[in-house]
Design a binder for this molecule. Structure first.
Ligand code: FAD
Ligand code: SF4
Ligand code: SF4
Ligand code: SF4
Length: 391
């Protein structure tokens, strides 16, 4: 029976929860906001399935990809809405055209990240763009298995540990399954995100029309965090380069990641996915012809199925080397180092904590940056009041 004694040894993939024949594993949120399995000893029949499917207890081997590419989706509208070069949508559209089903992550009504499945090209829009949050898997592995058993083509996308969890959960290979993951920096606490939003949006979350963690209005490399509001039939936008957004700063400085992300069990190909996609940072040096600051994908192909799935006719692409991956995207192999003030942050984090203030203190932003942030927040507030009075 699964028992989590060391939280760094559970990536929260939910494979154990879904496989349990007695449905006796609860998935409960801890005080940091991350979810962990808790088995009910009374109901458990000691079948051991939960341990069998755990990707942390049974990690796959590391491997090098068969092929490395730099790629750009020819559809500019799709690329604009995607975080990198829009390769995810290209792969997903092919599967939908064959009558298949695509699993991905969208926002729910509280602006938390959740898994869902799509059967139309239009429905893929909700999956586009990175949501820098740990997404709840729910019963997606079970649904995926049913579809595979029915003979449907399925594309399942997720973090590397979620893909490793899915493959363990399925316990046998399916020729009709294509798995797509991404190089993963880690996932921040959903609870910190919830508090951040509560503070950022004093008007209430119902007013939010859209959130983009990777808005490309200032470019792909200098991406922005954007909130679009609809309030009393008025719409307005708050946007800032990611370097000026406290939540993004805390995420990228590794202050608020899940404990398992600091010793990730699925890096270096250990997810066993067919394809890994990511940002091709450094493409301007490797192949300037594929750089226009509107997004270039790094594509790592791990299987023959992955090779066949990528329709290169709809891409601008070029081969790249494995050394480029190691050099420009070390997250492929190396987990994020834990921020020295992570424990301090979570010790002070409670219902009353001022998240902006706490992040700023823990990241020790300079006085200059803190004043700049305050002025910017004040200007945003003024802009909002002015807009509401004049439209
Ligand atoms: C939490 C997280 C960390 C990442 N870290 C890195 C990194 O360190 N380096 C790097 O190069 N790239 C990273 N990426 C991947 C990168 O941001 C792009 O998502 C990826 O390159 C695909 O881009 P795209 O343009 O092809 O398509 P997009 O349309 O941007 O891709 C969307 C895909 O991401 C999935 N997705 C979105 N949010 C989540 C989520 N919370 N959990 C699971 N799946 C999600 C969608 O279901 C869909 O499959 C990360 C993404 C996420 C979500
Ligand atoms: S051992 Fe079997 S019954 Fe017990 S929690 Fe694990 S999966 Fe459920
Ligand atoms: S890593 Fe996944 S399978 Fe293993 S204990 Fe955590 S949630 Fe369960
Ligand atoms: S860093 Fe590793 S453990 Fe953390 S979410 Fe990404 S794949 Fe999972």
């Amino acid at each position: 029976m699964i028992q989590i004694k060391d939280k760094s040894k559970c990536c929260g993939c939910e494979a154990c929860v879904q496989v349990c024949p007695k449905h006796c594993i609860n998935f409960a949120q801890d005080n940091e906001g991350f979810f962990y399995p808790e088995a009910d000893v009374e109901t458990c029949i000691q079948c051991g399935l939960c341990e069998k499917v755990c990707p942390v207890l049974h990690p796959y081997d590391e491997h090098k990809p068969l092929e490395v590419l730099a790629a750009i989706n020819n559809n500019e509208e799709v690329r604009k809405e995607s975080s990198s070069g829009g390769v995810f949508t290209l792969l997903a559209e092919e599967v939908i055209r064959q009558g298949g089903v695509v699993f991905g992550v969208r926002f729910d009504e509280h602006w938390q990240a959740v898994f869902d499945c799509a059967e139309t090209i239009e429905a893929l829009a909700a999956f586009r763009g990175s949501k820098y949050l740990q997404a709840r898997v729910g019963d997606s592995f079970t649904k995926c298995k049913h579809l595979l058993e029915q003979g449907r083509q399925v594309l399942f996308s997720g973090t590397q540990c979620q893909i490793a969890g899915l493959l363990h959960f399925l316990r046998k290979p399916y020729p009709n399954l294509l798995t797509v993951d991404f190089i993963c920096h880690g996932v921040p606490s959903p609870k910190v995100w919830q508090h951040y939003l509560d503070e950022a949006v004093q008007a209430g979350k119902q007013a939010i029309a859209d959130i983009k963690f990777r808005d490309k209005r200032l470019g792909w490399k200098r991406f922005s965090f954007t909130l679009n509001y609809n309030e009393q039939k008025l719409s307005y936008t708050l946007t800032s380069p990611f370097t000026q957004n406290p939540f993004m700063n805390a995420f990228l400085a590794n202050l608020i990641l899940r404990p398992s992300c600091y010793s990730c069990p699925a890096k270096g190909g250990r997810s066993n996915s067919d394809i890994t996609i990511a940002d091709f940072w450094g493409i301007e040096q490797v192949n300037p012809e594929l750089f226009d600051d509107r997004g270039t994908s790094l594509v790592l192909i791990h299987s023959e199925r992955g090779k066949l799935a990528l329709n290169r006719q709809h891409l601008k692409w070029a081969s790249a080397s494995y050394e480029d991956v190691l050099h420009f995207n070390p997250s492929w192999q190396e987990p994020a180092p834990c921020h020295p003030k992570r424990s301090e942050f979570f010790a002070a984090f409670d219902e009353q904590a001022d998240i902006h203030e706490l992040i700023e203190t823990c990241l020790q932003l300079s006085l200059h940056d803190r004043i700049k942030h305050k002025i910017k927040s004040f200007m945003n507030l003024l802009k909002k009041c002015y807009f509401l009075q004049n439209v």
